[in-house]
Design a protein around this ligand. Structure first.
Ligand code: DGY
Length: 322
């Protein structure tokens, strides 16, 4: 019987996922969930036929060039693939896959939490109660913004964006969106299409960002564009920090150009996020937990396994991105 292919798993995955993976493959696991440096990962990859990484491992062109020849695939445990240089992978004929669809509900939940948390000053309020600083109630106390019935702008009405739109409709929000091209009516429903980011920003009360990080979207929410939003507007990001120009957003929040922001993803996360965010009361901050539910983490793992099984059976994996 042929030996099972060897899979290097860079982070601790749910037990159910690791057990299922072991049914198909020989596994090199990371039970202590240590964050490997590139050199250590490359060394471990010497004994692997594929790698199952998270977005915490970076595969630059230089790293991909150094991958041992026996590594045939990078089967990501993530929908985002901005941590992988896809062109370099294609050039080296390393197959790359991701895990779309299965984290849309969980990520949309976090988008709604950020929206409500930012609008209703949840972070500030929680601190008051926790730190025993809550002294009084009055009609003027902790007044925030209502989201019910407001205009929800979705930048990137893809898989996650469409779930957020459905959740927003539950709050009687009117959905607006910008994509490169309008969606067909089945996908868009009653959502109003704007043919530019600028037109979208000028037409909404809440912005939820769902476009992938790429060269084209880096710093897309810059000073000029943020200034197009109105003073009571709220910005929510569950995509990637790179889509936002942090200096611009911090300045806008400091000077009430917009009302508030809810952020789950950051440039330089986790250790080097913009210090300005920590100082501001009008931001609601979470530590990149969009997909962090038991159901979703299992589903992401099973999806990555399906991709690996297909690859090593000589079939086209369902979620190939390179
Ligand atoms: C994703 O899947 O892209 C999430 O952000 C976690 O990496």
């Amino acid at each position: 019987m042929a030996a099972k292919p060897v899979i290097l798993v860079t982070r601790k995955l749910p037990d159910s996922v690791e057990q299922k993976l072991a049914q198909h493959f020989t596994t090199i696991l990371n039970p202590d969930d240590r964050l490997y440096g590139t050199a250590e990962m490359l060394q471990l990859a010497e004994n692997a036929d594929a790698i199952l990484p998270c977005h915490t491992e970076k595969f630059s062109a230089g790293t991909i060039a150094q991958l041992p020849a026996r590594v045939k695939a990078i089967a990501n445990f993530s929908v985002g693939v901005d941590h992988v240089d896809l062109d370099a992978a294609r050039q080296k004929q390393v197959v790359v896959t991701n895990t779309p669809d299965v984290l849309s509900d969980a990520t949309a939940e976090i988008a709604m939490l950020l929206m409500l948390g930012a609008a209703r000053r949840a972070s500030e309020g929680e601190r008051l109660v926790r730190n025993q600083q809550w002294k009084d109630w009055s009609p003027a106390f902790m007044v925030g913004h209502q989201v019910t019935g407001k205009r929800l702008g979705i930048l990137g009405l893809g898989r996650v964006g469409q779930v957020v739109a459905r959740r927003g409709r539950g709050f009687e929000m009117k959905i607006h969106y910008h994509n490169r091209n309008p969606l067909n009516p089945e996908q868009a429903g009653d959502a109003i299409y704007h043919d530019s980011v600028e037109a979208l920003l000028a037409s909404i009360d809440v912005l939820s960002i769902h476009c992938p990080a790429s060269e084209a979207t880096r710093g897309l929410l810059n000073r000029e564009r943020i200034a197009l939003m109105h003073r009571d507007a709220i910005l929510v990001n569950t995509s990637r920090g790179g889509v936002i120009d942090d200096d611009a957003l911090v300045a806008a929040l400091q000077s009430d150009v917009i009302a508030a922001a809810g952020l789950d993803v950051f440039n330089g996360e986790p250790n080097s996020i913009h210090p300005g965010y920590r100082e501001l009361d009008n931001v609601f901050l979470l530590p990149h937990i969009g997909s962090a539910t038991r159901e979703t983490r299992d589903a992401m793992g099973f999806r990555a396994i399906d991709n690996l099984v297909a690859i090593f059976n000589g079939e086209e994996p369902g979620d190939r991105v390179a």
